[in-house]
Design a protein around this ligand. Structure first.
Ligand code: NAP
Ligand code: ZN
Length: 353
């Protein structure tokens, strides 16, 4: 074991603060990574504040962060895909049994014996896993992704959650040229959804509560922008969408979007508000519409997404911050005030004594 600097929350009301955590020495299958950048996902905030306590209660201290990119510093004797000096990336998963139906299908996120990057029982050390708001991490090489060399690393980090979480449902829905796709909420996930749906050739419409994001939405790849509080603007799109991706992090009226689906249209929730959403039966019945959910993505599809981003030169739009500004960033996230993902420059942790 060795000590690593990190930022942790001590309780659901504590700010994140500097601490020291234990990391395991790399075993034969492990890769040790010096973390260069870690994105801030709204799931970090939900977890730190124990907002999902009914579904996955938070164990404190909590070190969040599952959008990790860094440099390999050490590898175990059986590691074949990485060597010291390589760039490696880690998303929301760090382990799974590799044998269940889900793992066999490349959907490790559903493995009953899987381990999330943070707040999961740690199979090697006591307590729970600690995430990427830290100077280093040790991960089984099966869960370390390769990063295309043409992409900027600070802007790559968010692909590891926001990228795969939007790529996976867009692909599963068969989004392609000629499809009309809505993206609800222009935050970290939403702005990746826009870039990816645009790259897949779809006609993309952004639904936002923030009028000041209109220009950005168009620049990011949207063909149209609807300010969702404007009922007339919403009504113009009634019954017209093949697919809508809902990325909203808070309670909202989902029926307003179900009513915009065409016949057989589908709305997929990736946003995970803690409160239940109310669904009007008629919004689904009329038009044979579907409502579904989607959870991140498995390891093979995460690598496919990274390769796709490399080919299309896609990364997140990031505001790079030092870790000392993480609590301020959380407050801004709550106000939908991020353009469009915070990426923590982990070099700032080195000088934090
Ligand atoms: P984010 O950057 O905070 O973006 C959320 C966006 O939702 C905001 O920018 C805002 O967009 C909109 N919004 C916020 N509050 C709203 C409200 N009260 N009513 C309507 N719209 C509102 O968050 P994120 O990191 O993209 O994450 C979004 C959600 O996805 C979170 O709940 C997160 O936990 C979840 N998530 C799920 C998965 C999964 O596997 N399913 C993976 C990662 C994250 P506008 O300003 O444009 O309105
Ligand atoms: Zn996330």
């Amino acid at each position: 074991m060795y000590n690593a600097k990190a930022y942790a929350a001590a309780s659901d009301t504590s700010p994140l603060a500097r601490t020291t955590i234990a990391r395991r020495d790399p075993t034969e299958h492990d890769v040790q990574i010096e973390i260069l950048f870690c994105g801030i996902c709204h799931s970090d905030l939900h977890t730190v504040r124990n907002e999902w306590k009914e579904f996955m209660p938070t164990v404190y201290p909590c070190v969040p962060g599952h959008e990790i990119v860094g440099r390999v510093t050490k590898v175990g004797s059986a590691v074949t895909r990485f060597k010291p000096g390589d760039i490696g990336a880690v998303g929301c998963l760090v382990d799974s049994d590799g044998t269940c139906d889900h793992c066999q299908a490349g959907l490790e996120q559903f493995c009953p014996n899987g381990t999330y990057t943070y707040n999961s029982p740690d199979k090697h050390l006591e307590g729970v896993t600690y995430g990427g708001y830290s100077e280093s991490i040790v991960v089984d090489e099966r869960f370390v992704l390769r990063v295309p060399s043409n992409l900027d690393l600070a802007a790559v980090a968010p692909l590891l959650c926001a990228g795969i979480t939007t790529y996976s449902p867009l692909r599963r829905a068969g989004v392609t040229k000629g499809k009309k796709v809505g993206v609800v909420g222009l935050g970290g996930l939403g702005h990746m959804g826009v870039k990816l749906a645009d790259a897949l050739g779809a006609h993309v419409v952004v639904f936002s509560t923030s009028p000041d994001k209109k220009e950005d939405a168009l620049r990011l790849g949207a063909d149209e922008v609807v300010i969702s509080r404007n009922a007339d603007e919403m009504a113009k799109h009634a019954g017209s969408f093949d697919f809508i991706l809902d990325t909203v992090s808070a309670e909202h009226d989902i029926n307003a979007y179900l009513n915009l689906l065409a016949r057989d249209g589908k709305l997929t929730l990736v946003g995970a508000p803690p409160q239940p959403l109310r669904v009007a039966a008629f919004a689904l019945i009329m038009g044979n519409r579907s409502l579904s959910g989607s959870s991140i993505g498995g390891i093979p599809e995460t690598q496919e997404m990274l390769n796709f981003c490399g080919e299309h030169n896609i990364t997140a739009d990031v505001e790079v911050i030092p870790i000392q500004k993480v609590n301020e960033a959380y407050e801004r996230l709550l106000k939908s005030d991020v353009k469009y993902r915070f990426s923590i420059d982990m070099a700032s942790l080195k000088s934090d004594s």
